[in-house]
Structures are given as structure tokens and as C-alpha cells.
Write a new protein. Structure first.
Length: 350
């Protein structure tokens, strides 16, 4: 996606900057098991024809009426003690704190959620349709931000980095920040030069996962003990012998499918099958990855806290005799406090 839209600051990417629409549908019990938000977006109606859209504080006070930040019909949610709002007249975005106070005025074209005291912002850009049409007055179904500056700010609205690549956002571990005199090792890190002359260095989740998968996981994939060590306590699998998703414990999955898993991973390790790895933008799927073993990885805002516990997909391609893609199989992994764990597979053949 970033290669295709390299000239632009893609609005598509801003899907990664907002709460997934699925978050609106997470069941009440799951939300109740997490920390309660201090400020929440509310849409209500008295008669089904007149609607109110506002933020509600934990004490019941209403703020930001008709200023709710939303993208793709999805309202924002509190993160890092702040929530985004949009001045829809000026079409600019800013932040409330969790007491409903404006802590960053609506001065940016668009903003990311705060994570670890930082947010990415776009300023002085224009909305341009995918076909190049001017979208400043609305009316474009698909558009991107073009021009302007993409910056990194802190909670005091101070610019830390005045020129940062937009594609930093979805793959960076914002909680790994190191401020150094020189850039970090590019094999694992991404770096951006700050306005203070220092380098802001972040772990790149994609690079971290690729290094782990190809250099640690695959080389030991013939060892059942290691396969169990790298399997989560609960796996959800789509197996060819079942028409439904199967949920198993890690022990059960390795007992039943360990040999098949090893057999499938061998040609990947031998580079006989082409594979692609990719970050799942919104983290865990709350309809598939359920149960106590996954509860610590949900924050009640986005389905999975992709900022701390990203999920990855590994897709293996199987080609037909003519060299065309025949079918694909998938492996799902989650970054946990004890390293990356296999959380699911989808296989076509026994």
C-alpha cells in the first residue's frame, strides 16, 4: 500500500490511527473486564430521528458535542489519557484530556492516537481524491492527504520531529523509544532525527518479527518441544478435516497437529515455498481470539492493543504447475510478554 501511495500521506493509513469498527461491537462483558475509559464517545437519540453525538466523562458531564472524532463511521476512544476531537467547521483535529479539557487545539489536518506520550500529526496538507480531484469541500469517497508536514509531537504539543515518514506509524513500537546521538541499527530499528538534533529510535515490529520467525522459529520447527514453547495456550485453527474453526489448547494442538505443523514449516525453512509476513493492522480479532488467555491483550478500545501486542500473519503461497498461485495457507502469531506465540493456522490440505 505504501509503495503505491508513496507520493501521498494516505487516508487509508489513517485506518491504523483509529479504533477498528469492530471495537464498537465488542461485547459488554469484555469491555467490563478492562480498565474503564474516563471519556467516551456517545451517540444517542430520544425519538430515533434526532441524534446527539458527544463525549461523556466518567462523572456524567458532556463535552465536545458535535466534535466527536470519527473515521469510517467509527468513533475514537481514549488512549494515553487523551481522546481526539474534530472541529468539523474548520475540519481540523485536536485532543481532549480525560477530564474533557482541550489540551491540544484543533490545528492539525489529522492526528494519530497518543501512545507513550507521543502522537503523529499532519499539518498544512490538502485532501486530494485518488484520481487527483480536489476534495477540500468534500464529496470524495476515496481520498488522501497530499503535501504538508507529518510531525511527531508530545503531550505539550511540542514538535519532537518535524519530518517523519507516515509509514512509521503502523509498525513502530512506540514504547521502545530511545533518544540517541546517532541512528539505531537498521536491522531492527527505525530512526527519525528530532528538532533537538537527537535521534528518536524505535523498534520496528515488522523487522523484529521477521528476524524472530526466520532465525529462531523456523530453525527449531522440527522440535516438538520448541513448537509447544512457541504455541499460545489457546489456538484457533481452520483445518481441512473440519468445516468450522477449531479451538484447542496449546498442548492439544501440538499433540494433534504438531507433526503436520513441522512438515508444513520445513519447506518454508528450506525456502521451497514463498511466504509473506505482515503486521495485522488492528491486532487480535475479538470474534476469533476469545477466552481468558487473550483477555490481557485487549484494551477495550481497539480489538487488540496493536501498540503493545501486535499480531502478524504469515502467508505461504502454493503454485500450480504453470507457476500461477493455486492457494494459500496462513499462520497467525501474537507478540506476548514472553515472546511471539502461534495463535492460529489455516490449512487447506491434510
Amino acid at each position: 500500500m505504501f509503495g503505491i501511495l508513496k507520493r501521498y500521506l494516505p487516508a487509508v493509513l489513517l485506518v491504523n490511527l483509529v479504533c477498528n469498527a469492530l471495537a464498537q461491537q465488542v461485547d459488554e462483558k469484555r469491555l467490563d473486564s478492562n480498565i474503564k475509559a474516563s471519556i467516551t464517545a456517545i451517540l444517542d437519540t430520544t425519538d430515533g430521528t434526532k441524534y446527539r453525538h458527544y463525549y461523556k466523562l466518567a462523572n456524567g458531564r458532556v463535552v465536545g458535542e458535535d466534535s466527536v472524532y470519527a473515521f469510517d463511521a467509527t468513533d475514537d476512544c481514549e488512549s494515553d489519557g487523551k481522546i481526539r476531537f474534530r472541529d468539523w467547521v474548520a475540519n481540523k483535529a485536536g485532543f481532549f484530556d480525560n477530564n474533557g479539557k482541550v489540551v491540544i487545539p484543533a490545528m492539525y489536518n489529522d492526528v494519530s492516537r497518543f501512545q507513550n506520550g507521543m502522537a503523529m500529526v499532519i499539518k498544512d496538507a490538502k485532501q486530494v481524491g485518488w484520481d487527483g480531484e480536489d476534495c477540500e469541500k468534500g464529496g470524495c469517497e476515496h481520498w488522501v492527504w497530499q503535501g504538508g508536514s507529518t510531525m511527531l509531537i508530545n503531550a505539550r504539543n511540542e514538535v519532537l520531529v518535524d519530518d517523519i515518514e507516515m509509514d512509521f506509524y503502523p509498525v513502530i513500537n512506540w514504547y521502545s523509544l530511545q533518544i540517541k546521538d546517532s541512528p539505531g541499527d537498521t536491522s531492527l530499528y527505525r530512526s527519525a532525527k528530532g528538532v533537538n538534533g537527537k535521534w528518536y529510535v524505535f523498534m520496528d515490529y515488522q523487522r523484529e518479527f521477521d528476524q524472530w520467525f526466520f532465525e529462531k522459529y523456523l530453525p527449531v520447527s522440527t522440535d516438538p518441544g520448541k513448537l509447544r514453547e512457541f504455541a499460545h495456550d489457546s489456538l484457533v485453527s481452520s483445518l481441512p478435516e473440519s468445516e468450522e474453526w477449531m479451538r484447542m489448547s496449546g498442548d492439544e494442538f501440538i499433540r494433534q497437529c504438531g507433526d503436520r505443523l513441522a512438515a508444513r514449516l520445513k519447506p518454508i525453512n528450506d525456502r521451497q515455498i514463498q511466504v509473506f509476513t505482515g503486521l495485522t493492522p488492528f491486532g487480535l480479532n475479538p470474534y476469533i481470539h476469545t477466552g481468558p488467555s487473550f483477555e490481557p491483550f485487549y484494551d477495550g478500545c481497539i480489538p487488540g492493543d496493536a501498540g503493545i501486542y501486535p499480531a502478524f500473519e504469515v502467508t505461504s503461497n502454493f503454485m500450480d504447475k504453470s507457476g500461477r498461485l493455486d492457494y494459500q495457507e496462513n499462520y497467525s502469531f501474537l507478540r506476548t510478554g514472553s515472546g511471539y506465540k502461534l495463535i492460529g493456522v489455516s490449512w487447506r490440505n491434510p
